[in-house]
Design a protein around this ligand. Structure first.
Ligand code: BLA
Length: 508
């Protein structure tokens, strides 16, 4: 795409999210030493949640607030190494003679242990059995969805019903890390984001990376007072405490502004991970504050995992289908190639051609000083110039581009036949190539707000804001063909080897 999002990695991508030293106020953070599990650092809001003052807690052994059995269990969880799984569990704290239940998340780090505690206020909205049956029902539906988009739409619809969020979106990343809303379920009065594309800087790299550490990012309300850690510097490490693993971590202010601009108060997002890669997100929005119960969060986490597995299955199926289609054309073409007088004939004429295999609208062979073409191609002189450019610029490998006119300005005059190019080198030193062409396909991309205005920098060059409008911004993408699929490039590579073999066989 022609829009340059150079801010992503250089600017938004450099905000250090993990060293903010602040948390959101809907829970507390305790930092314990590893040896004795003594409380070394706490968030300043402990008194609101635990009814014990900061000074009273600091330096106390955590064990003095726990029944012995729970303490033993905690020790086991910290030492077993299983805590990678990050399964929350309930802890009953003994505070000033009374007992209080919390949901705890424990993260053993290199030098200390992070303990996050939250009251589970909304837990009574559904019984375990109720939630279990609901998840089972959604899972059954998901298994029946036949395509990627059906899976995504079902996930959005069912997660909206399951959680009660006002808007649930399925957001899919493209190779440049822009994202497209591929499914949406929403209340009528919420803005419609379906099919809109958002620039990569909206979810910058370090925010994307954190989804591999945390099962979700929850912001129950953007209207909160951040809570500092006390003391400010972690007395164990003598540094700021790394909050990468901490669910309560305070939110980057640019993102809080973003949520305000989207007119939402609460947000929760969960990763969709396919083949170890961040495929997309499930993004949930609410007009007012919303803090789902731990049971609901766990259900959402589980469902995001199931949706990911379903998407992985669908992607694999379509890759297999494409491979199978290519393979049958390939078999024909190879047979024809072997039986032909010469490889040029075998590729360009006959019942199947290289055009069929690679979905080309034109093809050319430049070999031993001659030029052969089939279908729509640039003229002979233009082909010779194109090959000199290829020789100068590129390697011995197969080259495929869907944006030739952007890379080689001379080709703009024939963009209608060759905005997409695949080049199979035979003998690149001599300018001998097999070339395949695809025409320009003008695409309209609907962005959620003008991506060139994604970052609003103030005159001081330091203060910045996210864009304040997500109204559809239409961009016409020129000089671009349909994309080349990985499977097509693989097929081209196999064909190239067969051609090289044929040439040798015919010569000797
Ligand atoms: C975080 N941006 C996020 C998150 C989402 C988005 C989902 C994760 C936190 C959350 O769940 O709310 C973006 N949300 C979207 C998009 C849609 C959506 C695209 O629903 C589509 C419908 N953001 C900017 C700019 C910067 C930026 C200009 O717009 C940087 C200069 C940064 N976004 C940014 C940062 C975070 C973020 C730093 C991490 C916030 C945090 O976790 O503290």
């Amino acid at each position: 795409l022609s829009i340059d999002h150079n801010y992503d990695s250089e600017f938004c991508g450099s905000i250090p999210l993990h060293l903010v030293n602040l948390i959101q106020p809907h829970g507390v953070l305790l930092v314990l030493d590893k040896e004795e599990l003594r409380i070394k650092q706490v968030s300043e809001n402990v008194e609101q949640h635990l009814a014990i003052a900061v000074d009273e807690l600091l330096e106390q052994p955590f064990s003095s607030y726990l029944p012995d059995l729970q303490y033993q269990d905690l020790l086991y969880k910290i030492n077993s190494g299983n805590s990678q799984e990050k399964i929350p569990f309930s802890l009953t704290l003994q505070l000033q003679g009374r007992e209080q239940d919390f949901i705890a998340l424990v993260h053993p780090e290199q030098e200390h242990v992070l303990v996050e505690l939250e009251e589970n206020a909304a837990s009574s909205d559904k019984s375990f059995i109720g939630i279990y049956q609901h998840i089972k029902y959604i899972t059954t539906l998901l298994k029946q969805a036949s395509t990627t988009s059906a899976t995504a739409q079902l996930a959005a619809d069912e997660l909206k019903k399951f959680t009660g969020f006002d808007r649930v979106l399925v957001y899919q990343f493209d190779p440049q890390w822009n994202g497209i809303v591929v499914a949406q379920a929403k209340e009528d009065d919420m803005d419609d984001y379906m099919d809109l594309r958002f620039p990569a800087s909206d979810v910058p790299k370090q925010a994307r990376d954190l989804y591999f550490k945390n099962p979700y990012r929850l912001i129950p309300t953007r209207d909160y007072k951040p809570q500092r850690l006390i003391p400010i510097v972690n007395p164990i490490t003598q540094r700021f405490t790394d909050l990468s693993d901490c669910n309560l971590r305070s939110v980057a202010s640019v993102h809080l502004e973003y949520l305000a601009n989207m007119q939402i108060v609460a947000s929760m997002s969960l990763p969709l991970i396919v083949d170890n890669k961040l495929w997309g997100l499930i993004s949930c929005h609410h007009k007012t504050a919303k803090n789902p119960s731990y049971e609901q969060r766990s259900g959402m986490e589980l469902l995001a995992g199931i949706v990911s597995a379903q998407l992985a299955g669908k992607e694999r199926e379509s890759a297999i289908l494409l491979r199978a289609q290519l393979r049958s054309i390939h078999a024909h073409l190879l047979e024809q190639l072997y039986n032909s007088q010469n490889f040029v004939e075998g590729l360009l004429s006959g019942s199947v051609t290289i055009q069929d295999l690679l979905s080309l609208t034109g093809a050319a062979v430049l070999y031993e000083g001659n030029v052969w073409t089939s279908g729509d191609t640039p003229g002979e002189q233009e082909l010779r110039e194109l090959v000199s450019w290829l020789r100068r610029n590129r390697s011995e490998k197969i080259i495929a581009t869907a944006t030739l006119p952007q890379e080689y300005a001379h080709s703009r005059i024939y963009k209608d036949v060759a905005s997409g190019l695949v080049a199979l080198p035979i003998n690149p030193e001599q300018g001998e190539y097999i070339l395949g062409f695809r025409p320009e396909v003008l695409q309209t991309v609907n962005w959620g707000g003008d991506p060139k205005k994604a970052i609003q920098m103030e005159d001081d060059g330091k203060t910045y804001h996210p864009r304040n409008s997500f109204a559809t911004y239409k961009e016409t993408v020129k000089y671009t063909s349909l994309p080349w699929q990985e499977e097509e490039i693989e097929a081209a590579a196999v064909l190239r080897s067969a051609v090289l073999e044929k040439i040798i066989k015919d010569k000797y």
